[in-house]
Design a protein. Sequence first.
Length: 341
Amino acid sequence: MSDLLPADVTGDVTGLPEGLTARPLTLDDAPAAAELLEAAEAVDDTGEHEDAADLTEWWDRELVELPRDGRAVVDADGRLVAWATSIAPRGGRDAFRIWTEGRVHPHVRGRGVGRALLAWQLRRGAEQHAEFGPPGLPARLVTSVWPAMTSLESMLRRAGFEVERLFASMERPLTGLPAVAPPAGVDLVPFTWDRDDEVRRAHNASFTEHHGSTERDEQAWRNWFTGRQAFRPDLSVLALTDGAVAGYVLTYEYEADTRATGIRTAHFGQIGVLPPARGRGVASATIAAALAAAQEAGYAQAALDVDTENTTGAFALYERVGFRVARTHHAWAYLVPPAAG
């Protein structure tokens, strides 16, 4: 167990250096938080870019109580120098997973700010587990660490986190695309809103054995996936067998990323095939159709993230259709045992 997790889980951010104070995070902090992320990216090299609109959308959801789930650290002049969130999607199969995120401005690192915020995240995560976690399930507080984040890695290890998984961010240019060749009996069609809930149910069925997966109800599905401003239904593709969804690729475009890189990228966020339809080339055909749709719409490249230990062989599949690893990051997790009784 962590030396940062006291028995009393009702406390707030403590141990900040002199001149810095913490308060609840608000939506009004989104512009300053986005500027902080941009400043940190020069050091952290995550390859991710989020603007104020992205953060506002992420924090302003039915499943997020920002005054309880976020903290801002400000200096004596009220300038934001760090922020942290603890966000708990509902449900879980093997564990109740809680996303711990945040950033400390490079100018104030090395002064204990990150340690203080991590201690708060551990306390808040324990509260969320007790309040929302399914009975009998442990909680896993999960955070992402990129190779340049060596100080964060050391801090997490001292706090009792362990490496859980290695993820790869993969990219490919939208040239020399594979042929769109659906298997016999499979129709490839664009996503339509009348099939949104059918895709949700297919996604739940496709990921029952996937590490860290969570059953998505209608609210969670729209919150985290098809209800996001980045979702591009016209670039998303469904594979139908006998008129029913058997596979899908859901596509997103992150405008802040496009502005930062100058490259218009189609991000394939969710890719899945129902177990009975696997082994027939449904996934590769659906991906090929999504690549073709993005190329036709004027995108320059496609990207996706994959668990390198995915048991369905997804990593090898993505390599076969032309994706290559651009960068990697580890997911670190902290285990909170099930509550007694």
